[in-house]
Write a protein that binds this ligand. Sequence first.
Ligand code: VG1
Ligand code: CO
Length: 542
Amino acid sequence: MIQTISSVPYDGQKPGTSGLRKKVRVFQQPNYAENFIQSVFDVVEGKTGTSLVIGGDGRYHNRTVIQTAIRMAAANGYGRVLVGAGGILSTPAASHVIRKYGASGGLILSASHNPGGPDEDFGIKYNIANGGPAPEKVTDAIYARTRTINRWLTVDAPDIDLDTPGRVTVGGMTVEVIDSVADYAALMETLFDFDTIRSRVADGFTMSFDAMSAVTGPYATEILERRLGFAPGTVCNGNPLEDFGHHHPDPNLVHAKALYDRMMSADAPDFGAASDGDGDRNLIIGKGIFITPSDSLAMLAANAHLAPGYAAGLKGIARSMPTSAAADRVAEALGLPAFETPTGWKFFGNLLDAGMATICGEESAGTGSDHVREKDGLWAVLLWLNILAVRDMPAKALAEEHWARFGRNYYARHDYEAIETEKADALMAALNAALASLPGQSFGPLTVSAADNFAYLDPVDGSESRNQGVRILFVCGSRIVFRLSGTGTEGATLRVYLERYEGVDGTLDAETPAMLADLIAAAESVAGIARFTGRTAPDVVT
Ligand code: VG1
Ligand code: CO
């Protein structure tokens, strides 16, 4: 029996870079999550009788929304829901499950790297049938629907047992509780040379993986410890916790500092890695060397053919605009097309579907390939392990070899968090107003060659996305990018991306802060960060 619950719209349900993210307390308001989910269902065409995948990163409020979403899916005519046991599905695993079982889409309940708990963040993202994040035309339609929604549909049915794999019926619809890890682990075995990695592990190769008390714990334990033979304890913080142990599940040098310190110590394991709240990001730290995500993308692309899944070579390499150009140099050397997209994985989907790109990446520690339609943290770790196992060399040596061949893109991102929105908007408005007058101006030793606000024309469907970040290019090839985050839940976060290229004859072994000092000063002069925001230093440097 379908029940129609009347409701009124909430303001502000516009999906950001990666779905709708708000404080848990906001999501707990009556009808809040229901309005958004119903708006998704109202917008999705042809869903009747199809399968819907539901899973999340295990954060606080995950189970509540999953039970609600299952009843709503039944009332909205879906034929089947596939849900990860315990409500757990990493974002890349959900993408794979959507593709493998031919679902029409999926709801991923996550706020990714944002903290979790009753006073922290929650999020809902809709993925389409290709397994990838809904493109802007779909998220725009969902948002438009949230502005007029006046009812949501449900059935009168009790909560299901989420923890026992098996099949139950809810309001006439089948619900399958599936093993969260099995399908994903099987996919990884088809892509990578597990035998060679296993033999290096047997020879004494060691690693440390920090799952940050988030969703990747069960995946990493199964794959790294059980299937590849790494010692028990290789996976740290491997149990998903609703509040991530009070940490930010953000794998960067600030929030994964313990791993970083360990990898820089004398008794470091050979390789270190971490993943984020929903398992789509990766942090790569070799013994004695942090690999920037931009460099990681380039190094993986240059060596991917060593893994069985990529032995035939790549079709193209895509990176988000703020990501360094290191990957472009690899594409050029390999004779491959290179693509530059706006921030957010949804912009890679068309390129992957069209077979124009095989590997994609973002400076924010997201890397992935055409095996799913999301960035994939463990995938990146396994590709690194595969490459290091075949090359039989440490990550540090591989990085040095890469820079000697391609040159080095020194890179950092400075984040200024929880700025008052008006101040951040004023800073960006002033920057945009100054764009035309910037070329020719000098800031210390740096002279601006070009300045613009990045717009992207999708080469597959011709859609255009404007206002994707301010780019300031300097004559020497260095670059500063300014943009506001689309994933925060408090005020605004200003991201300043700094990049300097040194060719193969340049300085390849310097410390990044020293190499970027002139650019950091120029960023302040160009944008007036202190003047607009009152901040004199970033909150996070990655
Ligand atoms: C951030 C990152 C972006 C990433 C997005 C979602 O977005 O910069 O590269 O795709 O998070 O990642 P923003 O708008 O805050 O800069 V995740 O791991 O939250 O799904
Ligand atoms: Co994430």
